[in-house]
Design a protein around this ligand. Structure first.
Ligand code: SF4
Length: 378
């Protein structure tokens, strides 16, 4: 499809080099790159590109991995359960489909910093095999309310003008009304799929934060207004939308800034236009702190935050502070209208009770999101 040239130019400009593994050359994504990206930026290689790395994998090497793109086949399983599906956390039956690894944007808190040690960004070229896996699972549970998200280890849409994977996935989910496809992004790229027909089971969701947090912590992302405008565009074309206010980040003016964010959302959207808004507080693995400080120094609300060991081995704010921030944000939404559905993501049952008054399974407006599934995959 023909897209305005800017997204392609913007994406291409982020990469110093694009490697294509030679067996991936016939894939649609490789062919599109060969067509749209200047040839002097592309290297065709056999196997993995030879990028020297140190044994510790430094912050500098991590940053460089965002500037090198590798198109290759994924040798393993694409489809797996959300990492929130762990003992001790209330989870919302969410499955993840990984179509790549690493992100072209650069949030200070990004959890990819805790485990990526690959010297390049990867986009998998064998989308057809991913769809075969999805089809197999669909055949075993066609009536289960499965949500499939593509934004766990790579942003769902920030490279999508180049890959156009959204279009193929939307088509796959057509005719499967009990299944839902969820794109999660901090980009504003939606134009590439807005003309696709769908069955109303595609949700485009944005992680959002006050513009002050976008500027201080969410580097190279679309700004807040661009994300909200993209959401409006998607909604006007019949796609469902959702917002994740995640991670909620404490800073001195957090009440004012989160109030302004809620004001923007509630003046530009009405509750029935989105099924839910999820909230999550800042969290990261303790071993990630060193990488974040190496890359962003101490000039960040994230690297300076006082954090404590919590559920699922993550560092979190003190529970009282989490509950205070969640209760404040939920209260602001409910002041605007009791119709807003706001739920907590990756939170303990205790925080649910203290911040919202009850467990999700006991709330009429939340129960369907947390209903146990008929299928289980490892
Ligand atoms: S947009 Fe998401 S994946 Fe990308 S850097 Fe930010 S947190 Fe990480």
């Amino acid at each position: 499809m023909n897209l305005p040239i800017d997204p392609i130019k913007n994406i291409t400009a982020k990469y110093e080099r694009i490697f294509i593994e030679e067996t991936s050359l016939p894939s649609p994504v490789a062919q599109r790159i060969l067509e749209l990206v200047p040839n002097d930026k592309i290297t065709v290689c056999q196997g993995k590109p030879d990028i020297p790395t140190s044994s510790e994998f430094t912050g500098e090497e991590y940053t460089r991995s965002k500037k090198l793109l590798f198109i290759t086949k994924h040798p393993g399983t694409f489809f797996k359960r959300c990492p929130g599906a762990k003992k001790g956390l209330a989870c919302c039956n969410y499955y993840v489909l990984n179509l790549g690894l690493q992100c072209d944007m650069d949030c200070s808190y990004c959890y990819l910093q805790s485990f990526i040690n690959t010297p390049y960004t990867i986009v998998y070229s064998n989308l057809d095999e991913a769809l075969n896996e999805l089809q197999e699972m669909y055949d075993s549970a066609p009536n289960s309310p499965v949500r499939v998200g593509t934004g766990e280890v790579i942003d769902s849409l920030s490279l999508d003008p180049l890959s156009l994977y959204s279009r193929t996935l939307i088509e796959f989910f057509r005719g499967k009304p009990s299944w839902r496809l969820e794109f999660k992004t901090k980009s504003a790229y939606v134009e590439q799929f807005l003309d696709c027909s769908h069955d109303g089971n595609v949700i485009v969701s944005w992680s959002i934060n006050p513009q002050h947090i976008v500027e201080t912590e969410e580097h190279k992302t679309a700004n807040l207004d661009e994300r909200l405008r993209a959401a409006r565009r998607a909604l006007d074309k019949g796609f469902a939308i959702a917002f994740h206010i995640d991670p909620v980040i404490w800073h001195e003016e957090w009440q004012k800034n989160y109030s302004e964010l809620i004001e923007k959302i509630t003046t530009q959207f009405v509750p029935h236009e989105m099924p839910y808004i999820s909230l999550g507080s800042l969290r990261f693995k303790s071993e990630q702190r060193e990488m974040m400080r190496e890359r962003f120094g101490m000039n960040s609300y994230v690297t300076r935050a006082e954090m404590f060991p919590g559920a699922a081995g993550k560092m979190r704010y003190d529970q009282t502070l989490r509950e205070e921030m969640f209760a404040y944000i939920i209260g602001k939404f409910k002041e605007k209208s009791p119709q807003w559905k706001v739920f907590l993501c990756m939170e303990t049952p205790e925080t649910w009770i203290n911040a919202t008054g009850d467990l999700p399974m006991k709330k009429d407006d939340m129960r369907s999101l947390f209903r146990p599934l008929q299928v289980e995959r490892t």
